[in-house]
Design a protein around this ligand. Structure first.
Ligand SMILES: Cc1ncc(COP(=O)(O)O)c(C=O)c1O
Length: 357
């Protein structure tokens, strides 16, 4: 039986990547030891690290005036590091809230500054992205979450920060389609969805925003210090970085982010199509904001959930349960979820509805 893992994160990795890691695990490319056992300061890891950063830069088309930082602490640590580094003498930041992760970012930022909400879609139950923003120009930056993982809400275009530096939590849709990095002041993403295993957080930050950090912070939280030491102020998560490197090579082999966008949109539109055509399943997210990465939906008949999840698991469809804050079903169909997995899920859902609907 083929297993398909629809977990939201840590999430499915490309099978080819796992096979390569397995093949190289005991003896990394003829060096006699595992990559996990090598010094991060040795010439071998340094060369590998340079290649990994260069692959990431070329996949994302990152302009030369942006630093790429390989950090730890997950996206959650960035909820604090963003205000710590980007307030630059100002006392307020603007946030767009379209779901629970945006709310968490606000709550952490509130420990460092005043937060002004440019938009908050909570009143409508988090089913859409905002039509309009009220940006306060006194703010140091505007922050948003490009894809809200819990309820599957995705911005299809980049919001207009009206002159403020734009900051994006791209944790759950980075690398799923091309983005124009020059529109952003800073982008961050935890690795465990589209990049690799957890333990690594990528930050892309424009040079001119670096340099003014809140006083008395650890050097590890100071982007400028991290950049000046090429993310090696202390021991980086070497194995997660190596795995991310394998994922980047895999993405390049797939044809890069333009190709991934085509595949991702096709997978998502098939699955939403199945939901919309059925009378058992319903998606509450506005069609213009439906995530290509996390497809969240509900069963019209509450009592069928236990049967749905148990039959799904029996047939190899794992981790379909919605987040506890949202309930329902969530199929995360990141880059590494093969189209065959989506097709198989649709076949299962249709058959389940035929029998039980
Ligand atoms: C959009 C988004 N932001 C932030 C986080 C928190 O990430 P981490 O657990 O890496 O801190 C998540 C985790 O799922 C997420 O999906």
């Amino acid at each position: 039986m083929t297993i398909y893992n629809f977990g939201a994160g840590p999430a499915v990795l490309p099978r080819d990547v796992l096979l390569q890691a397995q093949a190289e695990l005991l003896d990394f490319r003829g060096h006699g030891v595992s990559i996990m056992e090598m010094s991060h300061r040795g010439p071998l890891f340094e060369a590998l690290f340079e290649e990994i950063e260069s692959d990431f830069r070329s996949l994302m088309a990152i302009p030369a005036n942006y630093q790429v930082l390989f950090m730890q602490g997950g996206a959650t640590a960035q909820f604090a590091m963003v205000p710590i580094n980007l307030l630059r003498g100002k006392r307020q930041a603007d946030y767009i809230v379209t779901g629970e992760w945006g709310q968490k970012a606000v709550s952490e930022a509130s420990r460092f500054c005043d937060v002004h909400l440019a938009a908050n879609t909570a009143v409508h139950g988090f089913v859409n992205v905002p039509d309009e923003l009220e940006v306060d120009m006194a703010s140091a930056y505007l922050h948003y979450t490009s894809n809200e993982t819990i309820r599957g809400i995705e911005f299809k275009s980049i919001p207009d920060p009206q002159g403020l530096p734009l900051v994006c939590d791209m944790s759950s849709n980075i690398l799923s389609r091309p983005v124009d990095i020059s529109r952003f002041g800073l982008v961050y993403a935890g690795a465990q969805k589209n990049i690799g295993p957890s333990g690594l957080t990528l930050v892309i930050v424009r040079d001119d925003l670096l340099g003014e950090v809140l006083p008395q912070q650890s050097r590890l939280f100071d982007y400028r210090q991290v950049a000046s030491q090429h993310s090696m102020l202390n021991t980086p998560p070497t194995f997660s970085i190596y795995m991310a490197g394998l994922v980047f090579k895999w993405l390049i082999r797939q044809g890069g982010l333009v190709a991934m966008q085509g595949i991702n949109e096709r997978k998502a539109s098939k699955l939403y199509g199945c939901i919309d055509a059925s009378s058992l399943y319903v998606c509450r997210v506005h069609p213009g904001a439906r995530s290509c990465m996390n497809v969240a939906f509900y069963l019209q008949e509450e009592s069928l959930y236990p049967l749905f999840f148990s039959q799904a698991a029996k047939e190899g469809f794992l981790q379909l349960k919605g987040h506890k804050l949202a309930g329902g079903v969530r199929a995360s169909i990141y880059n590494a979820m093969p189209e065959a997995g989506v097709d198989a899920l649709i076949a299962f859902m249709s058959e389940f509805e035929r029998i039980n609907g």
